[in-house]
Design a protein around this ligand. Structure first.
Ligand code: S6P
Ligand code: ZN
Length: 195
């Protein structure tokens, strides 16, 4: 174990902006547009139309790695825009962690929606989200967030970089349920991809 501090072993703080749902300084920003999630939505005609109309941003992720000599605790803030593809609400791609023993903490700071979680063994959970809800995602659960509101939904994530991402199972089969608008309400419907 090293006992001498190196340059990266010193404390770091960043400032969160509650209005914007962003923080600074950050190391990296990733934008996900409709075209990055094209296979995730049910209505492929609506996907094509949205891409033709300028391929809008569905969400952005702001990152800070906080890597030290001995640890890799990371901060990710995700800001999901309000909107739908067809009648399906904007959402994150969703993923399992590549390292099966890695959990994560999500903290909803702005907006309304759902955290969907699904285990490979078939269990499904949906947590209703409003500002202030903090959710623990245990290892082995895929996780996706859906924005059902009229404003951006913003959440803070804390996880280890070693967790990694496994998107393949979600690309292939989606989650068990989709969140769609029906008569002005957000409702859950079965994902027909599951057959
Ligand atoms: C990382 C963490 C989040 C997501 C982000 C975007 O483990 O769960 O930072 O990466 O919310 O979601 P996705 O599914 O596109 O990676
Ligand atoms: Zn994750």
């Amino acid at each position: 174990m090293p006992t001498i501090l190196t340059e990266k072993d010193y404390p770091v703080s960043v400032l969160f902006d509650f209005e914007k749902g962003d923080f600074s300084p950050k190391e990296k920003t990733v934008e996900r547009h409709v075209s990055d999630l094209s296979m995730m939505f049910d209505d492929q005609d609506a996907v094509d139309a949205a891409i033709e109309q300028g391929d809008p941003i569905i969400y952005e992720i702001f990152y800070h790695g906080f890597e030290t000599s001995l640890s890799d605790m990371a901060l990710g803030v995700t800001r999901i825009q309000p909107g739908k593809i067809g009648n399906e609400f904007y959402m994150t791609k969703g993923h399992f962690h590549a390292a099966e023993d890695q959990p994560e903490i999500y903290f909803c700071v702005k907006g309304n929606g759902y955290l969907l979680m699904e285990a490979k063994s078939g269990e499904f959970r949906a947590e209703e989200w409003k500002p202030g809800v903090i959710s623990h995602i245990p290892p082995m659960w895929a996780h996706r967030v859906v924005n059902i509101g009229d404003e951006p939904l913003v959440f803070v994530a804390s996880y280890h970089l070693a967790a990694g991402h496994d998107y393949e199972p979600v690309i292939e089969k989606g989650f068990q349920k989709r969140v769609v608008e029906k008569n002005g309400e957000a409702v859950f419907i079965e994902n027909e991809q599951r057959g």
